[in-house]
Design a protein. Structure first.
Lengths: 170, 169
C-alpha cells in the first residue's frame, strides 16, 4: 500500500460516496452520490477519518467535536468538513442522522478503501472482528488539494486528529 | 467455494453482537461473542443481508422477520439471527434504529468468516461496498444441521424472506 500521505503531498483522486443532506428524508438515504476528491480543488477542507461508525470514541468524541466546532472552523476559512470511514454511504448517512450532524459534516464513504489505501491511512482490524480495510484515526487540512496538516493517532483516543488540534493549526 | 446446502452442518465460526439492553439508548457496550456452536440443540433461523441501513434490508427484509417473530416461535424456532459483514457496533445501531433488537439478534460477521465458510459471500466493490458482503439469504438450522436455504438471485426478498422460511418450517 502507498506511503502515508504527508504535508506538501497532493490529495489522490478518489471517488467517495455520500448521501446529500436532506432534512425531509428522516429514514433511509436516497441514492448515494459520488463525491470526488477533485471537487476540493480551490477549497480549504478538513478531512478526518474514523475506524468505525457508531463505535464509542468515534461516536462520542471524534465526530461530535467537529460538529460542535463547525463555526470555529468556518471562521478560519474552512469550506467543508468531511468525515470518512470505510463503511458504505448508507451506514455513514444513518450515522450522520444518529448524531444529528445535519449539513455541517459531510459523511463520506470510502467503501472499497481506495482513499485510505492511496494515502497509506489504512489499518487491519481483523483481530477486532472489523475486517482488513479500516481507516486509521486521522485528520488533515487540504488547501487546493495540497495537504497542509496531517495528524494520525498512534493510540486510543483523540488528540492530533481532533477538532481542537486542527483549529490550532489553522 | 461451494454454497452451503440442506444437510450440511453449520461452520464453527464466532460472530459478534451487542446483547439487547433497553437501558442503553445510544452506543453498544462491549461486543460479545456469539459462537455458532452455541446453536447446538436449537432450531434457529439465520438470514443474511448485504448491507445494514440499505433500502431493501432496512425497509423489508429485517422488519418482516421482526413482525412475524411470534409465528416463528409457534413453529419451534428458538432464535432469529440477522447477519451481515459489518461490525457489531453498526449492527447494534441498526437494531436500535429499526427497533428490532428486542426480538432479533443482530450479529456481526465482521471478518466475513461465516459468509466465506458457507459460500454466501459476494463482491460488491463495483458499488463501493467492498469485496466481502453477504448474499441475501435465509437458512434454518436444526441442531446445527441446515434444513432450508433460500438465496436470492435477483433484487428484492423472496426465498430469503420471513414468509418463505415460515412455509418451510
Amino acid at each position: 500500500m502507498a506511503q502515508q500521505i504527508k504535508v506538501g503531498d497532493t490529495l489522490p483522486t478518489v471517488s467517495l460516496k455520500y448521501c446529500p443532506y436532506d432534512p425531509e428524508l428522516k429514514d433511509a438515504c436516497g441514492i448515494p452520490q459520488v463525491l470526488s476528491t477533485d471537487s476540493f480543488k480551490g477549497k480549504k477542507v478538513v478531512i478526518f477519518g474514523v475506524p468505525g461508525a457508531f463505535t464509542p470514541t468515534c461516536n462520542n468524541n471524534h465526530l461530535p467535536e467537529y460538529h460542535q466546532k463547525y463555526q470555529d472552523l468556518a471562521k478560519k476559512g474552512i469550506d467543508q468538513v468531511i468525515c470518512i470511514s470505510t463503511a458504505d454511504a448508507f451506514v455513514m448517512d444513518a450515522w450522520g442522522k444518529w448524531t444529528n450532524v445535519s449539513d455541517k459534516v459531510i459523511m463520506a464513504a470510502d467503501g472499497n478503501g481506495e482513499f485510505v489505501k492511496a494515502t497509506g491511512l489504512v489499518q487491519d482490524l481483523t483481530k477486532a472482528g472489523m475486517g482488513a480495510v479500516r481507516s486509521k484515526r486521522f485528520a488533515m487540512v487540504v488547501e487546493d488539494l495540497k495537504v497542509t496538516y496531517i495528524g494520525v493517532e498512534t493510540q486510543f483516543g483523540v488528540s492530533v486528529s481532533g477538532a481542537g488540534a486542527v483549529l490550532a493549526k489553522l | 467455494m461451494t454454497q452451503i446446502k440442506v444437510g450440511d452442518t453449520l461452520p464453527s465460526v464466532t460472530l459478534k453482537y451487542c446483547p439487547y439492553d433497553p437501558s442503553l439508548e445510544h452506543a453498544c457496550g462491549i461486543p460479545q461473542n456469539l459462537d455458532i456452536s452455541s446453536l447446538k440443540g436449537k432450531k434457529v433461523v439465520i438470514f443474511g443481508v448485504p448491507g445494514a441501513f440499505t433500502p431493501t434490508c432496512n425497509n423489508q427484509h429485517l422488519p418482516e422477520f421482526h413482525q412475524k417473530y411470534d409465528e416463528f416461535v409457534k413453529k419451534g424456532v428458538d432464535q432469529i439471527i440477522c447477519l451481515s459483514t459489518t461490525d457489531a457496533f453498526v449492527m447494534d445501531a441498526w437494531g436500535k434504529w429499526t427497533k428490532t433488537n428486542d426480538k432479533i439478534i443482530l450479529a456481526a460477521d465482521g471478518n466475513g468468516e461465516f459468509v466465506n465458510a458457507t459460500g454466501l459471500v459476494q463482491d460488491l466493490s463495483k458499488i463501493g461496498f467492498g469485496t466481502i458482503r453477504s448474499l441475501r439469504f435465509a437458512l434454518i438450522a436444526d441442531d446445527l444441521k441446515v434444513t432450508y436455504v433460500g438465496v436470492e438471485t435477483g433484487p428484492g426478498v423472496s426465498v430469503s424472506g420471513a414468509d418463505a422460511v415460515l412455509a418451510a418450517l
